[in-house]
Design a protein around this ligand. Structure first.
Ligand SMILES: NC(=O)c1ccc[n+]([C@@H]2O[C@H](COP(=O)([O-])OP(=O)(O)OC[C@H]3O[C@@H](n4cnc5c(N)ncnc54)[C@H](OP(=O)(O)O)[C@@H]3O)[C@@H](O)[C@H]2O)c1
Length: 231
């Protein structure tokens, strides 16, 4: 879903963008791509060394830690980004974790973890951004093709991503009066190693994934059509 997105738009030059999950593969690639297209970025992520590497590669973008279990802090990220960047034109959340197993095999604490990381954290980050992003700005998160095609052994991960997808759909409708652009990026399986670092279980047999860089370019193409006019 890319609710309300137009095919062409004003571009990302000068756009002030928060990337939450920038320590991950797709988040790091997106941060680079956004900057390459003229955006200024603020980065949040969990792993401090990986986050510092990404920020260093971008010439020293501002960074802040991100813990999916600290929802108050997740919701405070947008206000921090406003302070760092002088405003906020868009937010991209790439936080997520996989978990596998037949439903009767998955412990409740794993289910809680999957929902904390894949729904509650991204929703908190975006909830904190709704009132702070400029009119016409964007709110975006990565869910996955699994929303449309849940696989056996992924019930809780797929349900969490589907919950986030539903949530984003309502945000899109609530944001129409302010021309907020809401993106639910249902990416296919990509070769980032994501499925090889689940919180629990083993991934089902998967075909070789797609090219992460190409997927991120296409994702940022869509954001580019949604960035507000130059300030
Ligand atoms: N790769 C795929 O095939 C694929 C397909 C469809 C959708 N997706 C989605 O794309 C997003 C990015 O995936 P990716 O491939 O880039 O994988 P990744 O490199 O593992 O990125 C996942 C991100 O989530 C963060 N994260 C995980 N647990 C966290 C926690 N408890 N608190 C805070 N942050 C946490 C990671 O932080 P650290 O790295 O700092 O630990 C990392 O920034 C995920 O939402 C995933 O569900 C991926």
């Amino acid at each position: 879903m890319d609710d309300g997105v137009t095919a062409s738009g004003p571009g990302l030059s000068g756009a002030r963008v928060l990337v939450a999950g920038a320590s991950g593969v797709l988040g790091g690639l997106a941060a680079h791509e956004l900057q390459a297209r003229g955006s200024v970025v603020a980065l949040a992520g969990r792993h401090p060394d990986r986050l510092a590497d990404v920020a260093g590669g971008l010439g020293g973008a501002p960074v802040r830690g991100l813990d999916a279990y600290d929802l108050d802090d997740c919701a405070a990220l947008a206000a921090w980004a406003v302070r760092e960047l002088g405003g906020l034109d868009g937010v991209l959340v790439t936080v997520g974790v996989a978990g596998f197993g037949r439903v009767e095999e998955v412990p409740d604490e794993v289910v809680e973890h999957l929902f904390a990381v894949n729904v509650l954290c991204p929703a908190a980050v975006l909830r904190g951004a709704v009132a702070r992003v400029v009119d016409g700005g964007f709110l975006a998160a990565v869910t996955g093709a699994i929303v449309d095609r849940p696989m056996l052994g992924t019930a809780d991960y797929a349900a969490a991503k589907t919950a986030l997808s539903c949530w984003l759909g309502v945000v899109a409708r609530e944001g129409r009066a302010r021309r907020l652009r809401v993106f639910d990026f249902r990416l296919p399986h990509l070769e980032t190693g994501f499925s090889d670092r689940p919180v629990a279980g083993r991934p089902p047999a998967l075909p070789r994934g797609g090219d992460p860089a190409a997927a991120v370019q296409a994702l940022v193409d869509q954001l580019e059509g949604a960035a507000p006019a130059a300030r």
